[in-house]
Design a protein around this ligand. Structure first.
Ligand SMILES: [Zn+2]
Length: 342
């Protein structure tokens, strides 16, 4: 009351004081001028594909999510697609691991079978993305090829040796129907290698979503359970980015763009909004952000204790990623956002 009296007494020119609250007055006003929104078309759901119909294995650390055989995957996605889901990222989870990554490169790998089933069921209603990496497919669980130095006995991860396997995997996934292949390995030179292999195999229209800025993060725990991709020894810091650096991400974005990437991805999401924003300022390529398993699971765990409202937190987190520059957000929370509409 005191403020109103005070303003009423002001001279007319002073009464033109700006009142930002006018634009917050009710929902329709706020919706009309929002900088970003969580449109389901801007969300992509990561899914884990098993080999074999009828199979379903819940993922304890990603509540509500499961590894699924092709038929179960179609069943689970059908209501989500009806509710507006437009994109999925398919991760193949093989039963047996081989160091030649044959389940990545074979025509009948688990991701390939899932892609065939999804395309048959949903046609062009779904954008199909497929992960390209060695770690879920090999016994060593690294994204490149471990090589032991004969003189020192030390193991290093050879990126160049991984390129033919990654390229063959990308071609196989494109042949199975992936619209986009997504190399997530972080080996130098893989975007150019994958682009060349796709073109040579006649897949000129298959796009590359490059994991340009994938940080060596502590937020990936639940994913490693889901995909069975934890490294058998060591860690991934010689190829994933140091969380303390942003210039590495900017440099990699320039290299990926030159090498032919169609879209760039930042992973994880929320701890790296500055990276996303910096890339948004510097590239004209579309950007994706991966709101990762740890980000999802932490909110879910807190919600189970009654400490937060999971859906409200997810919506706020996803809009933050969109606001920072993500055109598309890969998120397990797509399930929670869309399920309310089912
Ligand atoms: Zn990997």
């Amino acid at each position: 009351m005191r403020t109103e009296t005070h303003l009423a007494e002001l001279a007319p020119r002073d009464r033109s004081v700006a009142r930002p609250r006018r634009l917050r007055a009710h929902g329709a006003i706020r919706d009309a001028i929002a900088d970003a929104s969580v449109d389901p078309a801007r969300l992509a759901l990561p899914v884990f594909a098993l080999d074999g119909d009828g199979r379903e294995e819940p993922i304890a650390s990603l509540p509500g999510h499961a590894r699924l055989g092709p038929d179960r995957l179609v069943e689970r996605l059908a209501p989500l697609v009806d509710a507006g889901l437009r994109s999925v990222m398919v991760f193949g989870v093989p039963d047996d691991k081989h160091d030649d990554a044959r389940t990545l490169t074979a025509e009948d790998g688990p991701a390939q079978k899932a892609l065939h089933a999804l395309r048959e069921a949903f046609g062009d209603r779904l954008l199909l993305m497929a992960d390209v990496c060695l770690c879920p497919h090999t016994t060593h669980g690294h994204c490149g090829v471990p090589v032991t130095d004969a003189s020192t006995g030390r193991v290093r991860i050879d990126g160049d040796a991984a390129l033919p396997l990654l390229s063959a995997g990308a071609v196989s996934l494109a042949r199975a129907g992936a619209d986009w292949v997504a190399p997530s390995d972080m080996m130098d030179g893989r975007v150019a290698a994958v682009r060349t292999a796709l073109d040579d195999a006649g897949h000129r229209d298959t796009a590359i979503l490059s994991y340009t800025a994938k940080f060596a993060s502590a937020h990936y725990g639940p994913f490693r359970e889901a995909a069975g991709s934890a490294p058998a020894f060591g860690d991934r810091r010689t190829y994933q980015m140091d969380p303390r650096g942003v210039r590495d991400a900017l440099r990699s974005a320039r290299l990926d763009e030159t090498a032919g990437a169609d879209m760039l991805l930042v992973k994880p999401g929320l701890p790296y909004l500055d990276v996303l924003s910096a890339l948004h300022d510097r590239t004209d390529l579309p950007l994706a952000a991966y709101h990762v398993s740890g980000e999802y699971a932490m909110v879910h765990a807190a919600a189970e204790r009654g400490w937060v409202d999971a859906r409200a937190v997810y919506e706020e987190q996803l809009v933050a990623l969109r606001r920072a520059g993500a055109d598309l957000v890969l998120t397990y929370a797509a399930l929670d956002i869309l399920s309310e509409d089912i």
